[in-house]
Design a protein. Structure first.
Length: 85
């Protein structure tokens, strides 16, 4: 597949769409939804993920434009010592 990337995205994504960088989050204690686990919006629901966020638009407002969009938020509970990439 061909991915169209904005100029700024080229510093973050390769031409084939794969990310050049990754972040590792390590849970120091059990991280569950009731005590601060990581929450994410999957990239397919984040309009700024591939092309960058617009300067004049709040990134959260763009990814969550209405109440129904909140169903896309995912909790990632992780046990102490576990890691998320």
């Amino acid at each position: 597949p061909v991915f169209l990337l904005c100029p700024l995205a080229s510093s973050t994504f390769r031409e084939d769409g794969m990310a050049k960088y990754t972040t590792c989050w390590v849970a120091l204690t059990d991280a569950m939804p009731d005590n601060s686990c990581l929450y994410v919006i999957p990239s397919k629901f984040d309009p700024g993920y591939k092309n960058g966020d617009k300067d004049d638009v709040d990134p959260m407002a763009a990814a969550l434009p209405n109440k129904e969009a909140y169903q896309h938020i995912r909790a990632l509970p992780t046990q102490a010592g576990g890691a998320l990439l």
